[in-house]
Design a binder for this molecule. Sequence first.
Ligand SMILES: [Fe+2]
Length: 519
Amino acid sequence: MFLLRLSLLLLLFLPKTQAQEWYFPELKNYTTPGLAPFDFGVASGDPLPDAVVIWTKLYLESNKPEVVNWEMATDTMMQNLVQTGEVFTYGTDALTVKVDVRNLDPGTTYFYRFKYKDKFSPIGRTRTASQNAELLRLAVVSCADYASGYYNAFGHIAKRNDLDAVLHLGDYIYEYGVWRGGPRRMRRHRYREQIPDKTCTELRDYRTRYGQYRLDDQLRECHRLHPFIVIWDDHEIANNVTTAGTSDGRAIANWEARKAAAKQAYFEWMPIRENPERSIVRSFSFGNLAELWMLDGRLEGRSPQATSPNDPALNSPDRHMLGQQQTDWLLSGMAASEAKWKVVGNQVVFSQLNDSKVFDRRPSVRMDRWDGYPSERQHIFDVIEEKGLNNIVVLTGDVHTSWAFELTADPADRNRYNPKTGKGVVGAEFVTPSVTSFNFDDIVPKAICAEAKRRFKKKKNNPHLRYVDLNNHGYLTLTLTQERAQADWFFVKRKDRVDTRVQLCASRHILAGGKKVEK
Ligand SMILES: [Fe+2]
């Protein structure tokens, strides 16, 4: 208590200039009247059977400690209160309010809100992890570049009442400044300008960028109505980032400070459970139906990318995507799990993807994916085989396009994998398209997209590929029952303006114990 009082006292004497590190007047242009000071809305995340994190942030110039009250109820009228509390928030935390509400019931929908002075926040809806459900449904999203379009996928997800949670697999923000180069076709697909008008490198840059994203009505509404389970990919920090502090192979200036700033902003803005290391590696249980492992393939253990498929270092066992510790944690967790489905939330494409016939002149594009870390991937498959694990579902973002693969150690080796019988298949990988970020037809003419798709689908190139779409944006849902795991791809009609119409365009599933990914 003494320490709390002392820190409150010290905060009262913070110099005025420091307040500007968390209050950004330029965000005012993006706010919606009537919401202040809860302009950024409310959010929830990391649902456990008995707990969930609730979040808000005050948009105030204050450099004093502020008191915020919160309450959670089982009804939308906030009459049947189950818990209430009071928290302090500080400018040093950018006036973030995050409460890990405990002692809740599993598989239960709750409503929550915050109060600052006499102002109430909007009422949020959330849900704890079910432990005996017959069905679990997750929406899966990634890659939501603000400049590349409107968040219609988030707008559509917000309207759904049939989801347990939303998985965000990264590229929640893009750290870029304004694109001034690039193909003309790509520049034509720039619909909104990001602030600040520079690449994010410091804490105030990242904070401003998240602030702008979270003032988007559709994203804010999606957070209000569903718990999120999030991981970062590269653009929350820098393009193709690794633990070595490189971006696209080049050293990042002031790496440790920049990484710390990017991680701090992420934890301030995301409804993710706090931990001292600011690690995003964690798992979630949904009873005997599913267990979910969320991975960090960027900042936890990743070695720098190989320079090309001919790089002699490519196959070295010393190169890692996850690192030994995280790999052991994942594999021992999967081996011990009694859940039917072992679901992995992962950044980059896990399956082999032969794109050499598509990107003849850009052989290095795959070096950022698991194809660039073959030794660690092989080790994972070896352990899966050794322990006899199956019913594995890998969920992936990053590539802005939609894919389904049969999960197998080596699709090119006919002794290990038979696409006709499904021999060697241990599950499925489903890849979600981007919410907005550019994909094939944003960059190249439709005819080239069609040719690329034809080459990807050739049996000789990718015999384990069961679905691909290169041009659409949207999201996928993963629906799990004891019998099957099914991915459904929902594509938005447009991204050049707000329009929440979507179409269910494809479905693929694998049966429990099954060997084939089917329509
Ligand atoms: Fe992306």
